[in-house]
Design a protein around this ligand. Structure first.
Ligand code: HEM
Length: 381
């Protein structure tokens, strides 16, 4: 990681006190900026539009951008910035999961000098620096504005909150803002966007599911008004649908690397302290003892006989434990608001009903959908 990140690792690739403090601070700021509350709801809701993949990606990017940097990409010049940033992130995440780059990162003194690996590692590093340069520019702009603001004025975004805290804290952990931003921006986008995109793909491959979603929305919402978090408990089938999308898409099949902090015994296996382990979320999400016929898309498995939503401790798309996803609440809210409002407003269908778009899961740190087109029809005039 030194090879790419210059010795500073943001949030995802660090541990101990420094990780604890940075994670706590990020969660606190996310909460203050409306994670789970109306403010973010408006930000998400105002973005829903028609054309699937680029619009979904942009919607999610704008929500996280707004929270981290205080603005969404709207103007011509911002469009170009978004395009460059998005391309860099996609390259960074897809190469970051490729065997050649993982190999290169493990042997940074030799592998990046070898012919094929050199080109791969350069592309990987280039994409990181592209993001880094952009975030550096944003931090500088914030610092300039920060000088002109009153000391006790309330922070309007994550960067400002961080700069405020850094200026008054005695902690030495408030450094490395760029890598923290790369982690939050990167972790917060493709994950949520690809889950929303797969929600369309599962519907296109299971048209009856959409009929049930619409039936519930028509009976509970009954108009083209915005669906909000206040409606959540009444939308049982839609919640079950979202659970089934998250279970089926199994977005981070490989999960992040962890290590044992002490000698550990699991069943008959002894794992010494400091062993690298990769908890496999798929083993749980696709366990046929818990989710019978796991390869089938069945939202009903999340509904009790009495019609209530059925809870499964095993539904763990965000992983478990101290390192479980920092953005879980934000992601859950975005997915819920996207799915409910999208299906309330629109009906989708395959261009060729006999041949719906592919559900193929392309590899990456997060699972990638295959590009597709579909018909989208407004439900209200
Ligand atoms: C559907 C959406 C998402 C899914 C399925 C997801 C899943 C995960 C998973 C499985 C992990 C690894 C947990 C572990 O190491 O055991 C993780 C970590 C993380 N996620 Fe997410 N995530 C999503 C959205 C987000 C969002 C919106 C953010 C916020 C910006 C975010 C930020 C992070 C961060 C910073 C970590 C590292 C936490 C740490 O190391 O302490 N994620 N996520």
């Amino acid at each position: 990681m030194d090879y790419i990140r210059g010795g500073n690792y943001g949030i995802v690739f660090i541990e101990g006190e420094i990780w604890k403090e940075r994670r706590k601070f990020a969660m606190q700021v996310f909460r203050n900026f409306g994670m789970g509350r109306g403010l973010m709801e408006e930000k998400v809701e105002s973005e829903i539009e028609l054309n699937p993949i680029p619009i979904i990606e942009r919607t999610i990017a704008n929500a996280i951008n707004q929270m981290l940097f205080g603005f969404a990409f709207h103007s011509e010049s911002q469009n170009e910035e978004y395009r460059i940033l998005k391309t860099s992130l996609t390259t960074f995440l897809s190469l970051g999961a490729s065997p050649s780059v993982v190999f290169g990162l493990n042997f940074p003194k030799i592998v990046p000098k070898l012919p094929y690996f050199k080109q791969q590692m350069n592309a990987f590093r280039g994409s990181y620096w592209e993001m880094r340069n952009y975030f550096e520019k944003i931090i500088t702009e914030h610092k300039n504005e920060f000088k002109n603001r009153k000391e006790d004025s309330e922070a309007e975004d994550y960067v400002e909150a961080y700069l405020q805290e850094a200026s008054k804290t005695s902690s030495s952990n408030f450094t490395d803002l760029i890598n923290i931003l790369i982690d939050l921006w990167g972790a917060g986008q493709e994950t949520t966007a690809n889950t929303c995109i797969f929600s369309l793909l599962y519907v296109l491959n299971n048209p009856k599911v959409q009929e049930k979603i619409h039936a519930e929305l028509d009976s509970v919402i009954g108009s083209d008004r915005m669906v909000t978090l206040a409606d959540k408990n009444s939308l049982i089938y839609v919640n079950a649908f979202i659970n089934e999308v998250q279970r089926s898409v199994n977005l981070l099949p490989q999960n992040l690397f962890h290590k044992t902090t002490k000698d550990t015994k699991i069943g008959e296996f002894f794992i010494p302290k400091n062993t690298t382990i990769i908890p496999q979320i798929s083993m749980v999400l696709l366990d046929e003892n818990i989710f019978p016929e796991p390869e089938k898309f069945k939202p009903e498995r999340f509904i009790e006989k009495n019609g209530n939503l059925k809870k499964f401790d095993e539904l763990i798309p965000f992983s478990l434990g101290k390192r479980q996803c920092l953005g879980e609440a934000l992601a859950r809210m975005q997915i819920y608001l996207f799915v409910t409002n999208f299906y309330n407003q629109f009906k989708i269908s395959s261009v060729d009903p006999k041949c719906p778009p592919s559900l193929k899961k392309n590899p990456g740190i997060a699972i990638q959908p295959t590009q597709f087109t579909c018909n989208i029809k407004k439900r209200f005039a």
